[in-house]
Every structure is written in C-alpha cells, then in structure tokens.
Design a protein around this ligand. Sequence first.
Ligand code: PLP
Length: 394
Amino acid sequence: MFAQRTKNLNSSFIRDILAVTQQPHIISFAGGLPDPALFPAGELQLAAERMHQQLGNSLYQYSETAGLPPLREYIAEHLTIADCQADEIIITTGSQQGLDLVVRCLIDPGQKVVVEAPTYLGALQVLRANQAELITIPSDDQGPDLHALEEIVKKEPIRFFYTVTDFQNPTGTSYSRERRERLVALAKKYDFLILEDAPYAALRYSGEALPSLHTLMPNRVIRFGSFSKIIAPALRLGWINAPREVIKVVEKLKQAADLHSSGYDQHLVLEYLKSGALKPHLQKIRAAYGDRLDAMASALSRYLPDQVQFTKPEGGMFIWATLTHHESTLELFNSAIEQGVAFVPGEAFYANGESNISMRLNFSNSQLDKIEEGVKRLARLINQHDPVKLSATA
Ligand SMILES: Cc1ncc(COP(=O)(O)O)c(C=O)c1O
C-alpha cells in the first residue's frame, strides 16, 4: 500500500522515549532540549505586542515562500559568518525542513551520501526517507577520518558529505582548523558538496571560534541555521544559506511542501531581533549552559573516573560518554529509567544501528543540582551492572 520510500523509515528512538523520560521523578539527560526557563518569553511577548500594533490584520496574511525579505536580510547581515546576500538565504520550518528540502533537491533514490558514525539522528531519518545510500566514516575529537573519506570518494562519486562541524549532536565535538581545511580541499579535489548543519554554532562557552566550512568554500557548502537553540524551538524557524541556484530550486520544493513558513512567527522573530535582544540573551544562555557543561564534566570525573571516557565540548548541548567495560548502553536503558535517570543509547546515532557502548548526555535542560544527582544515579547504575565487578564477586 505504501510507497517504496517509506520502507526504510524508522521512528526516532528519542521521540519515542520522550514520554518516559519526561516523568517528573526522572532526571533526563535524554532530550536535546534547551531549558524552557531560559526562553526569552518576556521579550517575545513585548515583540508580539509591537508587531500587532504595527501590522494589524496583515500579520495573518499569506507571505513569500522564501521568507520575509527583512528577516532574510537580517540573517545575511548578522547571523551568517560568510559574506552573503539575502537571496542566498531561504527561511525554513526549522532547520529540519531545510535538510529535507536540500536532500530532496540533491538525491535520487540509491545515490550515495557519506555521513559520520555517529551522526545526527534526524539527518539519518531524512536521508533514509529520501532513499539515499548511506556510507559511514569514523570520526575522532578533531573531526572526520579524512583518509577513510578519500578512500570512498576516490573509488566512486558521492552526492555530498553531511556534517555538524560545531558541537556535534551527539558527541559535542568540533572540527579542528586543520581538519576543516583538509576537508574543503578534498571536496574541491573530488568535486563533492558538503551539507554543514550548524544549529549549535552560536552556543560556544570557551575556546576560539573557527571558520565555518561555508566561509572556506561558499560555492560548495550548503549551511543550515536555526532559531531553535538560540531563541525557541516551538517557533519552528531555521534557514538555509546556499548558492543562489540551490536556493531557487529549494524554493520550488518548499512551495510544494508548505507554501511558506509561519508568517506570524517570522514577524515575531524579526521584531525580537530588531530590538537587539538576541545579543544579551545569547550571553545569558551561554553562561548558564557553560556552567552546566562544566558541572556535568566534573560530576562524570568524580563519580565515574574509571568507568567512562567522555568528550570535552566547548559548546553545544551534549557530552558523549563511552563506557569502558560494558557491551551496550541500550541494554542499560530500562534499568536507568528504574534508577530515575535517562540518556540516549549511542546506537540511535549510527546509520547501521550497530550496537554501541556510548551514551548521549544532554546538559542544557537540567539545573546544576539535578546534573550532580543524575550523574550519581548513572554511576550507581553503571557500577551495579559493571561486568568486571560482577565477575569479581561471582
Ligand atoms: C544537528 C541538528 N540539526 C538539525 C536539528 C533540527 O533543528 P530545528 O529545530 O531547527 O529543526 C537538530 C535538532 O536537535 C540538530 O541537533
């Protein structure tokens, strides 16, 4: 009954477990959620009042598919690192829709795409839904294994490489300068495109910002931005920054998909941005999330010194913790819920679903005391199930 493209679809593990992990007694490090207590609700309300006064009923009218021109101009001028114009920006319904539209523009069924293992689960869903053939390469704390990538592109053409260069979901790691430069050189040599997904790039808490792939190679990189993590995800607003010829084709597909993203929300965000409120808001959330990142890293070192190794991100929302003794974090998940703590088992982020001993831990949506208590619960769980200790006591 259903089309071929629905055959590879699987529901997101993270969305499926959301109801379980949101029970009040559970400390959840599972969702990739910003903290609602830090949403700029007051400023948004004031912005809403101003826009109602200024625009009246016209606020509720249909609008342009590519997005409100002044919002595109604002993004081009203030929110992209590369030098770009408004017609190289299209507004999308979350960056997730941006990904879907671009993938649909670029991929015919069966065409090859390279992703890292692990990578963003939502990108895997889009790629599967569009029947891409997925090839994976490993990555480390400096970025992707470029020898592995070169071996692939040497043998056969790929349509593109998908990546999150800054504070990746799920590992929290960012590409080093050297890896960025070598990746761009490889894309030029073997003539492939790069999809650079950047919803966390503005959430840097320490260290120095590095040039985006888009800045290094604007004609071959399609970059995705989002207001979800820097203002609020319910607005469902993101953008694509790409060469004009790509924007034109994406615009046609977007027309077919939803005519345009919510005009109401676009006016609201524009009014909010024009008031200059984003800069102090970013300072506030960077300070709060930076403290939470430090608290989680410190708790992991104190409570699980030998049982886990974990990444040391300089921003974003996630730490990736790898167990030194266990065989699968998926097997620990139900016991974790019983202990009152939740995480996302690493398996969810692998294109081939291979069994995995890592877990994604979100730190942005828990207060400092909850982070401490949650890691304590995690330590209790891991120690109880530690195969090395168990065999010693057997
Ligand atoms: C890497 C990455 N890309 C895209 C998205 C989707 O974000 P949006 O809310 O803008 O659709 C997310 C959301 O968590 C993400 O982590």
